[in-house]
Design a protein around this ligand. Sequence first.
Ligand code: FEO
Length: 401
Amino acid sequence: MHTIRKIQDDLVYVGGSDRRLSRFENLFPIPRGVSYNSYLLLDEKTVLFDTVDDAISRQFYENITAALAGRPLDYLVVHHMEPDHCSMIVALLHRYPEAKIVCSAKALVMLTQFYAEDMTERALVVAEGDKLSTGRHTLHFVMAPMVHWPEVMVTYDEPSKILFSADAFGTFGALAGNIFDDELAFNSVWLNDARRYYTNIVGKYGAQVQALLKKTAAFDIEMICSLHGPIWRGNLGLLMDKYQKWSTYEPEDKGVMIAYATMYGNTENAANVLAGMLADRGVHNIAMYDVSGTDVSELVAESFRCSHLVLAAPTYNGGLQPRMESFLHDLKALNLQNRTVALLENGTWAPVSGRHMKAILEGMKNMTLLENTVALKSALAENQFDALEALANEIAAQIVE
Ligand code: FEO
C-alpha cells in the first residue's frame, strides 16, 4: 500500500525508507536506517525528482502510481547518479515510456555506464542556469559538481521556493511518518546522524559545498528537499549554520575528543588520567573513544565537531596501531583542517607511534600540534604525571573561558 505524504498542494513525497540495510555504501553502519527521498510535482506537467534504491522498489511504485492517479509522467529530473538514487531510472522509464529524463550531460554518460542503455533520445540535457516551465512552476537548474559526485545538480522551484538539493543537506536515519524537520526531535535524535552523514559522505568536498551555498544564496529558499532524511522548513537557520561550519572545517564546539588505541589497557589508562586532569581544570563534555571499538565514521564526525583532538596509541609492528592509522588516514582523505592536536604515544621497547601520527598530521592542512607530548614506556609511570599535567594545562588554557 502507498505511503505518500503531501508537502504542498501539488507536491507529494513518494520516497521510502530502508531499515534492513546494515551499512550504507556497504561501509557506514546505519542502525537508524536511511530514507531514499523522491518527490512528485503535479503541475500541468508531472515531474518526478529522482528515483530510489531498488531495495524499496515496490513501495516506490505503489507511491508513484497512487500520486499520479492515472496521469502520465512527463519528466524525471535526475540530480545525482549514485545508485542509491538511480537504480530505478531505467525500469521507471520503461514503465512510463512518454517520460523525458532531465539531467546534466555527465549524468547521461553515467547512466549508460551503469545500465548499458542509451537514453539520449529521451534526455533533456540541462546546464547551469537553464530553466524548465511545467505550468505554474519554473524549475531552475544549478550545477553542483562534487557535492558529492561530478554530475550533481540541484533544482530551485519557483514559485514554491523549494530547493531540491540532491545529497546536500541529507542525513542518515529512516523516516517514520514524519517527513519534516519540525515534526521530529532534530537536535536530540537526528543531529549526530546528520553530522556523520555530511562528514563521511561529503566532508572531503567543503570547497564545492561552499560554492553551492554561494550560488543558492541568490534564491529565496523556504524549504529544502534533499535525497536523504527530513525535509527542511522549520530549522533552516540551524542547518545553514552547521553546513557553514562543516564545509569550512570550523569546529562546532570548543571541546576535546580523546581517541585512543590500546592493547592491554595501559594507553587507555593514560587517556583516562588525562581526561580527569582536564576535568579538574574545568573542561566539560570530554568525549572519549576506543578506536578499536568505535566505527570510524563516528570518530570522523566527532573530529569535525571538536576543536581539540588527543590521539593516544601504542606502537605496533614497528609502526602505528592499525585502527588509529586507518582513522587518521580517513581524516586526511576527508580533508579535515584547523584542529589542535595532542599526541600520546606508547611502546615497550621502541615507541614510534607518535612519530607516525605526527607524519600523517603534518600532511594535513592547518593542524596545530601541541608542544607537550607524552611518551609512555609500556605504562604511565609515576614520574610522568608532571608531563601529563603540563599537557592538560596547555589544552585547558585554550578551551576553558
Ligand atoms: Fe545518496 Fe551520493 O548518494
